[in-house]
Design a protein around this ligand. Structure first.
Ligand SMILES: Cc1ncc(COP(=O)(O)O)c(C=O)c1O
Length: 538
């Protein structure tokens, strides 16, 4: 983007926490501006000599960017499915990459530098790749944004929290949210403030209501000035927030001076609507080229951020490997500088092995290759999502319905009933049997969020709802786990676990379709189906 047309970030320094304001440059890190000067003899730091690093070279065989076909082959199973992921042959095609300790070309990734004590900003080649990527893909609406590496979004959020929040403060978040984000806040005396959701994720109407009606005396703390949100592949609900809603929320945040922390690990796993198997061809090629696919994705909050009030968290966990422990913040330069001060007194910098290998991979693939890789992954996860829902459709009878539950309002909801063969459960008015669960097919990410209709369970009326051991959600969860399938119980994901948003409904499960092979997914759905049907007969 042409930076001249964009304004600079506004002054948001009043959001900094007391802890963050108190941070000074680590005295030794202050020397770093001299590092790299030609001819400099450094006798200052406690750095081991690079000649004592036992690694002369780090080498790897990496998959080529188009390893994963853009053909949607989701209806196959087992090993044949696995190998067909690789478009051209039965063996994955790889290319060697190598990072020498002392490379000849000055611009190459230098293992001696990557493994040495370094700056919290990361190795220069990685910074350059990320900056270029952010500019091209997310297109921030202000000019002087900074990027700063971190060790994944868990670390990213933890650092942000301590940089812009003080103990006792609340932060706005979706009513169902990522539990680790809440757990990270609690020891600091911070707490989530739930905002209602609908099919697009966080509701801008409820957000305005929460902020405009904030009563410090009733709530016991000042009005929140920070929002934590997972807008794409919403964890756990699987919704995707489009441009219109993001713009609405951004505008409310400008009005109430709220900083938006956009935790977005699933941005490139946008999958569109689920189309039932009967309406799909058996194998369809993604009709979009990489560039068109990229522009078809719903944009990041950065695209609307003309003031610099978004702190975006990106991670390589879902696209390269969680063990790389590598990601980055994109934010205004003031926040980036404070986050850097924090980074240099904790991890100092992400691990040099991870940084150098990921950087070498990205420099080998280049920008276009990485986009092709991401496109391939998006197609694979869509195929997984479709396959998983197809398996559910094989086990249950689906009836389309609409829902009164806030976060599904306006969505096409699928109600699941037992298939009518064998012994019938008690009949509903429609003659369909017991409504067992409902869900909305996720439009991005890795999870299906299902609501179990425990109100139809034979013991529902007679039991004590407020005794945790009695919760039907945990009883069914245990039954499924004992049968060999682990899903996540819904209560984990309530922003406010004391008062989960379950007025009428008892429980949910979050089921991940991201990891197991197709054969195991099918088996898991069968186990889930059997346990659930049995449970409702109890
Ligand atoms: C919303 C969300 N944020 C963060 C993470 C963790 O990311 P990282 O591996 O980068 O720490 C996850 C992973 O499951 C997630 O779902």
């Amino acid at each position: 983007m042409a930076s001249e047309k964009r304004q600079k970030a506004i002054d948001l320094s009043h959001h900094l926490s007391y802890v963050s304001r108190a941070r000074t440059t680590s005295p030794l890190k202050g020397l770093s501006k001299y590092m790299g000067r030609p001819g400099l003899i450094s006798l200052a730091g406690g750095m081991p000599s690079e000649t004592y690093f036992p690694f002369e070279t780090v080498s790897a065989d990496v998959l080529v960017p188009d390893s994963f076909t853009l053909k949607e082959t989701g209806q196959e199973s087992g090993i044949s499915w696995f190998w067909k992921l690789f478009a051209r042959s039965n063996k994955p095609k790889t290319a060697p990459v190598s990072i020498p300790k002392f490379p000849e070309a000055p611009g190459d990734v230098n293992l001696a530098v990557a493994l040495q004590y370094g700056t919290a900003t990361g190795i220069p080649q990685l910074q350059k790749f990320i900056k270029d990527f952010v500019d091209k893909v997310y297109q921030p609406a202000y000019s002087d944004y900074s990027i700063l590496v971190q060790t994944g979004n868990t670390d990213g959020w933890s650092r942000v929290m301590q940089t812009i929040m003080n103990p006792g403060e609340g932060f706005l978040t979706e009513e169902w949210t990522y539990p680790s984000a809440v757990s990270a806040s609690k020891p600091f005396g911070m707490h989530p403030v739930p905002v209602a959701m609908d099919k697009d994720g966080m509701s801008s109407i409820d957000l305005r209501k929460v902020l405009s009606e904030w009563d410090e005396t009733v709530r016991g703390c000042r009005r929140p000035h920070v929002m934590y949100t997972v807008p794409v592949g919403q964890n756990p609900c699987g919704s995707t927030m489009g441009a219109t809603r993001k713009k609405e929320i951004y505008d409310v945040c400008v009005e109430y001076d709220v900083i938006i922390v956009e935790d977005d690990p699933y941005f490139f796993l946008q999958q569109g609507d689920y189309v039932p198997k009967t309406d799909r061809g058996s194998e369809s090629a993604s009709h979009l080229n990489d560039e068109d696919w990229l522009s078809s994705l719903d944009p990041s909050y950065l695209k609307f951020d003309y003031e610099g009030r978004v702190i975006r968290l990106d991670t390589f966990s879902k696209y390269i490997a969680p063990g790389s422990r590598l990601g980055w913040h994109t934010c205004n330069p003031l926040f980036a500088e404070r986050l850097e001060r924090q980074g240099e007194t904790s991890a100092q910098a992400p691990c040099g092995f991870g940084q150098s290998l990921v950087t070498q991979l990205l420099m080998t693939w280049k920008y276009d290759g990485y986009i092709r890789w991401l496109h391939g992954l998006a197609v694979q996860y869509k195929a997984r999502r479709d396959f998983f829902i197809d398996c559910l459709a094989d086990e249950f009878h689906f009836e389309p319905s609409s829902s009164e539950i806030s976060f599904w309002k306006g969505c096409q909801v699928f109600d699941a009933y037992p298939k009518q063969s064998g012994k019938r459960l008690f009949m509903s008015e429609k003659g369909l049997g017991t409504k067992l669960f409902s869900f909305v097919p996720p439009s991005s990410g890795m999870f299906i969020w299902i609501q179990i209709h425990f109100e139809n369970h034979p013991t529902y009326r007679s039991r004590h709802a407020d005794e945790p051991d009695e919760r039907l959600e945990m009883q069914l969860w245990t039954k499924i786990a004992e049968a060999g399938v682990l899903v996540s119980p819904g209560w984990f994901f309530a922003a406010d676990t004391e008062n989960p948003p379950t007025d009428e409904v008892e429980g949910h499960f979050r089921i991940s379709f991201s990891n197991s092979d197709f054969e195991s997914l099918k088996k898991a759905v069968h186990v889930f189906s059997k346990c659930t049907k049995d449970f409702f007969k109890a």
